[in-house]
Design a binder for this molecule. Structure first.
Ligand SMILES: [Fe+2]
Ligand SMILES: [Fe+2]
Length: 423
């Protein structure tokens, strides 16, 4: 029996078993010879994997890598292995992530990580670990009223107020959002992108609110505003474009995984993913010396950055991000998910925290963007069990999120050099 991911199905493969959709409805019978049309149907109906004749479990792990010669695979595996230093390689999901990471390495799609911290002194890396006393941070007291970004812009508050009112209509929400023309234009761009994939063009905000949904559009608006807010603050420690690429990719992964779990309002997960590392931006801005110290320690010791943060600061960016969202009075569930994304078992909402955790691990494995971390954070086994999906969800999600990333990134993140083009 060889269960292979839908993203790796090829025409002429033969089903070794009946194939059903997510709700158990039979789509194709055992013995069906696949063609492009059938593969498309599988994708439309959210099928994750199919049992294929003549393919063993070992074959499924080697599939796709067969396209490369042995020396390319060996070099790609060696490179990929460096990132999995802290991962349990016996776990089936980690093995699948490793295979996908190796594939990206072999295809040359996994860029080097040298550009993440543009202003890090080159002599700092590979030198003896700096001796510096840890500076303990109390997350609850870290964000004061005069801390930059401690308050939300008015448009945010108005959006949150509008969605909090039980009787607000789509028209009310559209009215609030339309006061910000830049935001409106960008929201329309997103709802017309591959991210949503609506067949006809949506050209007014009220139609967008009606079609996409009030809460969904509001959470997207919050995400867009967030990148804008942080753009006003120069950050010397991290490459901001890479930071938002990582964050947005995590959000897209989370939204796709949530869809497979039949979670309603998957945009909430998108925003949680987008904000999961927001605490790092605050740390980089407010305590740059200590943040840099943590980065150097992590690099020199091949350690995970969030653990180095705990060592230096006695807390991590999850704690800081959670406090920031609390200060902003955003929903407690969002605050809790962000706070515990590296320890999802501590969350009150374990499934959503587990989804953000997995989405983050996956974003790190693809090597697109970074919030400062170079290595792949270990996958929490309980979180994986909580999500309860097959490892084949990983390649499918990566394939879909890879397709959506450019569109949504261009709509949310405005590069100053391309500002005119993107608005
Ligand atoms: Fe993180
Ligand atoms: Fe992250």
């Amino acid at each position: 029996m060889g269960l292979i991911s839908i993203s790796e199905l090829k025409p002429d493969m033969v089903l070794a078993d009946d194939l059903s959709d997510r709700s158990g409805r039979l789509l194709m019978n055992k013995g069906t010879v696949l063609n492009q049309k059938y593969i498309k149907i599988c994708k439309i109906w959210g099928v994750i994997e199919a049992d294929i004749e003549g393919i063993s479990q070992e074959d499924t792990e080697a599939i796709a890598l067969k396209e490369f010669d042995a020396s390319t695979i060996a070099a790609a595996e060696e490179n990929a292995r460096k990132y999995f230093l802290h991962c349990d390689m016996d776990h089936p999901a980690v093995r699948e992530l490793f295979r996908l990471c190796t594939l990206r390495e072999a295809e040359g799609k996994r860029p080097g990580r040298e550009d993440i911290t543009p202003e890090m002194p080159p002599q700092a890396i590979n030198q003896a670990t700096p001796k510096k006393k840890p500076s303990v941070i109390n997350p609850a007291k870290f964000i004061k009223d005069d801390t930059r970004l401690s308050t939300l812009p008015d448009i945010f508050r108005h959006i949150v107020e509008a969605i909090s009112k039980p009787n607000s209509s789509a028209h009310d929400i559209a009215d609030v959002i339309s006061k910000d023309t830049n935001l409106s234009a960008r929201l329309l761009k997103i709802v017309n992108s591959a991210f949503y994939g609506y067949p006809s063009r949506i050209d007014t905000l009220s139609r967008a609110v009606n079609i996409v949904g009030t809460k969904q559009l509001s959470t997207l608006a919050i995400g867009i505003n967030m990148t804008n807010m942080f753009k006003k603050i120069p950050c010397k420690i991290i490459n901001m474009k890479l930071f938002w690429q990582h964050s947005i990719l995590c959000g897209i992964n989370a939204r796709i995984i949530a869809g497979h779990k039949n979670i309603q309002n998957t945009e909430r997960l998108f925003v949680a993913g987008m904000l999961h590392d927001i605490g790092r931006l605050l740390l980089y801005n407010e305590v740059p010396a200590q943040s840099l110290h943590a980065i150097i320690i992590a690099r020199n010791n091949h350690d995970l950055l969030y653990l180095a943060e705990r060592e230096i600061l006695n807390c991590d960016h999850g704690d800081i991000g959670g406090e920031l969202l609390k200060k902003w009075k955003l929903p407690v569930s969002l605050e809790d998910t962000v706070r515990h994304h590296h320890d999802p078992q501590k969350s009150q909402n374990r499934l959503e925290a587990a989804i953000i955790h997995l989405a983050d691990v996956m974003a790190n494995a693809t090597g697109i963007g970074s919030s400062g971390e170079i290595l792949i954070p270990p996958l929490n086994h309980d979180a994986w069990m909580q999500i309860g999906l097959s490892p084949n969800i990983l390649s499918l999600t990566m394939e879909q999120s890879g397709r959506q990333l450019d569109d949504i990134f261009e709509s949310i993140y405005i590069d100053d050099n391309n500002a005119q083009k993107n608005i």
